[in-house]
Design a protein around this ligand. Structure first.
Ligand SMILES: CC(C)(COP(=O)(O)OP(=O)(O)OC[C@H]1O[C@@H](n2cnc3c(N)ncnc32)[C@H](O)[C@@H]1OP(=O)(O)O)[C@@H](O)C(=O)NCCC(=O)NCCS
Length: 324
């Protein structure tokens, strides 16, 4: 703590770095072809190309082009080639941040809504002692009519938005398997069309649902996680994983990333999970994630003609912030 107290936010991650580059193609060859980054977005009018590098972005400004000439003076005479870097922070309380920086006599060079690795959100520019520009960027603002639904990478997994073509893998490895479906809300699928119907409901996120398939980076769906049934700022969490991939912590890792999305991107107040109390593997997942068991609704849904109990678990935003 400084004499001015704690900052009114936590540093989350390095969101992006902005490099000034002389030869865009050579730089793309290096970052994309050699290192595996992918072009995500271009803003031609300022000669900006944004590359996806896992959970972060590498932004390139081609300063030798007419559109990038605005940045040229920064590299002239062997000057810097980093335009700025961005730290992701949460929460973003504009007034609290301004007050806090003022106490430290740090001037705000600029403030605006800007695009970062997690979408468009509030940001301010400040300078460090050496004159490097540091951007502090808050969680993205969400447009309820068009929720963001992005690829998420974790230590071992790539989670990508579900597609129609995932029905084949999900049917073969998950939905047709009696054991996997033992505690699901419907019995095992006999026909692939049943899985196609599930996928069709899940494709194309709405402001109430988002489904990501879990892949090991090879694009094949070995399971999925879902955020579903949003009402106000409360949303449900669901998941399923092919049998052969269980016992490795994949679902806990994927669901944890889903929680980051729910609480940071969608600014949820609470994430809930309903499960059959006999589903011990699922209860272990939510308990590992910090959920609290809130109660059991007796004989609350029907499975294969029998009434089945539903255990309700919940994770509040305050608990999430506390434990991360
Ligand atoms: C519920 C379900 C997703 C849990 O799968 P899971 O593989 O047990 O869960 P995780 O991916 O979190 O893995 C946890 C296990 O990996 C182990 N593990 C191994 N390596 C690990 C690592 N590097 N990190 C974390 N855990 C690791 C943990 O110790 C734990 O083992 P345990 O079960 O012996 O305690 C799975 O059983 C399933 O798909 N069931 C069918 C569908 C279903 O019921 N969905 C839920 C409906 S509510």
């Amino acid at each position: 703590m400084t004499e001015h107290g704690h900052p009114p936010f936590k540093l989350d991650a390095l969101d992006h770095v902005v490099l000034l580059v002389s030869d865009l193609q050579r730089t793309l060859d290096f970052y994309c072809d050699c290192l595996g980054a992918k072009v995500e977005r271009r803003l031609d009018k300022i000669a900006l190309v944004q590359l996806r590098a896992g959970d972060s972005l590498i932004d390139l400004i081609a300063y030798s082009t007419p559109e990038g000439a605005w940045a040229k003076s920064q590299v002239a005479g062997g000057g810097r080639n980093m335009e700025h870097f961005c730290l992701r922070i949460a929460p973003f309380d504009d007034a609290a941040i301004r007050g806090y920086l003022a106490k430290h006599e740090i001037a705000i060079a600029d403030s605006s809504e800007r695009y970062g690795a997690k979408g468009t959100g509030p940001s301010i520019y400040i300078k460090d002692a050496d004159g490097n520009t540091v951007e502090l960027k808050g969680p993205p603002k969400t447009d309820p009519a068009k929720p963001p639904h992005r690829i998420i990478t974790t230590k071992r997994l790539t989670l990508r938005p579900i597609r129609f073509s995932d029905a084949e893998d999900l049917f073969a490895w998950c939905f047709s398997d009696e054991e996997t479906m033992r505690y699901w809300s419907e019995p095992a699928h006999k026909e692939i069309d049943q899985t196609r119907a599930f996928v069709a409901r899940a494709v194309g996120p709405t402001d109430q649902n988002c489904v990501w398939v879990i892949t090991l980076g090879d694009d094949r769906a070995i399971g999925f996680i879902s955020l579903y049934g949003r009402r106000e700022k409360i949303i449900g969490l669901g998941y399923m994983l092919a049998r052969e991939h269980r016992g490795k912590g994949f679902v806990t890792e994927a669901a944890n990333a889903g929680l980051v999305f729910a609480f940071d991107d969608w600014q949820m107040h609470k994430v809930r999970a309903d499960l059959d109390p006999r589903n011990l593997a699922s209860a272990a997942v939510v308990e590992r994630l910090g959920f609290t068991k809130e109660g059991v609704l007796r004989q609350d849904f029907i499975y294969n003609g029998d009434y089945v109990d539903a255990a309700n678990y919940g994770l509040l935003r305050s608990e999430w912030i506390e434990r991360r």
